[in-house]
Design a protein around this ligand. Structure first.
Ligand SMILES: CC(=O)N[C@H]1[C@@H](OP(=O)(O)OP(=O)(O)OC[C@H]2O[C@@H](n3ccc(=O)[nH]c3=O)[C@H](O)[C@@H]2O)O[C@H](CO)[C@@H](O)[C@@H]1O[C@H](C)C(=O)N[C@@H](C)C(=O)N[C@H](CCC(=O)O)C(=O)O
Length: 509
């Protein structure tokens, strides 16, 4: 992003908040003193671990001409202080003001875009990606913000720009900055992941949100929210976003009823479900998937919706992806996209890179790459994959060295229980001997001798391709979209997706 694209004087900016300030032009705002430069104003707020105000001297030494700092004294709101050539503006309740301040600086970018917020314990990244892909395939410039960074889509792909703090939802200032940049790039729709932390901290409070999606709720982040009730309520905070026209709810998650009760009168509730289980379906517009069939390289289901009924196909695996697709489709229908057009582009959707990503081998077993590297995730991946094969399931995986040894036998147990063949390989062995890690994994197996140990990942994949029957499915877990292996202290290039793409070519000859 070009830093000086957004140059503005702090006089009109702060006048919007009733504060008289001198005419000093800045070209951005930052919460991090280390990023500060002459024209980039430092915004100093109290954090969870540190107090940004302690870094004011650093910001001054880096040449900041403007600093906006949090004051805990309401009487001091708007007071100006000069320190050398730096103006320090004191603002009461600055953490709460952050989103408004940034929205004003970047000229309210969300109001110039069609915005979709996606929340839920799981599925946020996939829904954001599917929605952005489909919108782009429907010839509308679309962009996404979330765990993977931010990016504008070209068809089904985008070049992700990592966000500086690696948060699922960027901080209040960076969020407005990205949106403003998207406006300049002529984007029409932005889909973004809304984490529960972001919602309660107000990172999104001045992001006008046209549509929202709730995927599901399960136990997570209790270190931050303390109780499930707080966590659930934090997510429902999305219903108070300014401008919310419709919310798409997963009716198979019982939390959707609380969302229905909490929705404001002006917000339409749209439901999605697999099957006809929710009693609320008849009361709301909806998208249902019935007669779901799982094939070797995708899903097929009957879509029964308030906008039309047809049979759809998509090259995605797992019931969770059927749900993700329903959410994305429901948003597109509510936005007014034509039913036939949406159904036409569905077969072009692709999964998030390295998440249940299927690679087809016409004369051999297909391979599925997933980044599952915990017992729970491996369990889910293997259970989902099972539905997609009439043959047998092969599972290639390893466990990290110098990390949680307790999960090794647990992953072994899951693999033996859920797959027909277990192939143990290397997954960031670090300073440990991969053979010793494999022994720890085998300790969880009832028949350890039946598991194959092949430390080289590519050789392990080749072994499975050579031994599996064409209607079997080979799951390669652990690496997903990553492009390295850590062996000893060295980070070695290893891109599993590229390796398998190469094998696809080799095996097609
Ligand atoms: C608990 C929490 O939400 N923390 C977030 C919060 O940091 P903080 O306010 O605690 O920052 P701090 O370290 O105390 O520092 C205070 C201030 O001093 C500034 N500072 C600090 C050091 C320095 O040298 N100079 C400087 O200016 C910091 O930029 C900050 O403004 O504000 C930062 C900037 O917005 C976030 O990056 C940071 O996320 C941290 C990395 C984090 O782990 N957050 C988690 C809890 C989180 O938000 N997760 C969700 C995802 C959940 C999911 O998986 O769904 C998310 O949205 O990412």
């Amino acid at each position: 992003m070009a830093a000086n694209t957004f140059t503005q004087s702090i006089r009109p900016l702060l006048a919007k908040f009733g504060i008289e300030a001198p005419d000093i032009r800045i070209n951005g705002l930052t919460l991090d003193s280390r990023q500060v430069s002459r024209d980039l104003a430092f915004v100093a707020v109290q954090g969870h671990n540190l107090d940004g105000r302690d870094f004011i001297p650093q910001a001054i030494s880096l040449g900041a001409r403007v600093i906006m700092t949090q004051t805990d004294d309401s009487e001091a709101h708007g007071a100006l202080e000069m320190r050398g050539g730096t103006v320090i503006v004191h603002l009461y309740d600055l953490p709460v003001m952050l989103s408004s301040l940034a929205a004003a600086f970047f000229d309210y970018p969300a109001t110039k875009l069609e915005t979709v917020a996606v929340t839920g314990t799981n599925g946020k990244t996939s829904v954001v990606q599917l929605l952005s892909q489909l919108k782009s395939l429907l010839d509308s410039r679309s962009a996404a913000i979330g765990t993977l960074g931010s990016g504008v889509y070209e068809g089904t792909t985008t070049r992700w720009i990592p966000s500086p703090a690696d948060n699922t939802t960027p901080d209040a200032i960076y969020m407005q900055h990205i949106l403003a940049d998207f406006v300049l790039q002529k984007v029409r729709q932005v889909a973004f992941e809304a984490s529960s932390h972001a919602i309660v901290q107000g990172r999104l409070s001045q992001v006008k949100t046209d549509f929202a999606v709730f995927t599901n709720l399960s136990r997570d982040h209790l270190d931050y929210h303390q109780t499930m009730e707080n966590y659930a309520a934090a997510k429902r905070g999305l219903l108070r976003q300014p401008g919310l026209r419709a919310v798409v709810l997963n009716a198979d998650d019982r939390e959707h009823k609380n969302w229905c009760d909490a929705a404001q009168p002006g917000t339409e509730v749209v439901l999605t479900a697999v099957g006809h289980n929710s009693p609320l379906l008849s009361e709301h517009r909806h998208c249902l998937a019935t007669n779901v069939q799982y094939h070797q390289s995708g899903v097929q289901f009957r879509l029964e919706s308030s906008w039309g009924t047809t049979v759809v196909h998509a090259p995605l695996l797992g019931e969770f992806n059927v749900r993700n697709l329903l959410s994305a489709m429901a948003i597109l229908f509510v936005q007014g996209e034509r039913f036939d057009d949406v159904v036409r582009v569905l077969p072009m959707a692709t999964p998030v890179s390295g998440r249940m990503e299927v690679f087809s081998f016409p004369r051999h077993a297909n391979i599925v790459v997933d980044y599952a590297h915990t017992p729970d995730a491996l369990d889910q991946v293997l259970s989902s994959a099972r539905a997609h094969t009439d043959g047998e399931l092969w599972c290639i995986f390893g466990c990290g060295g110098d990390r949680d040894k307790g999960k090794r036998p647990l992953m072994g147990e899951v693999a033996e229980h859920k797959a027909d063949y277990v192939v143990i390989t290397t997954d960031n062995s670090r300073s440990e001997n991969p053979a010793n890690i494999a022994d720890d994994i085998k300790a969880g197996l009832t028949q350890p001798a039946s598991a194959v140990f092949e430390p080289d990942r590519e050789a392990a994949i080749r072994y499975c391709l050579a031994h599996a029957k064409p209607d079997d499915l080979i799951i390669v877990a652990g690496k997903g979209h990553e492009n390295y292996q850590i062996i000893d202290q060295k980070k070695i290039d290893y891109n599993e997706r590229a390796v398998i793409a190469r094998l696809q070519e080799e095996y097609s000859k």
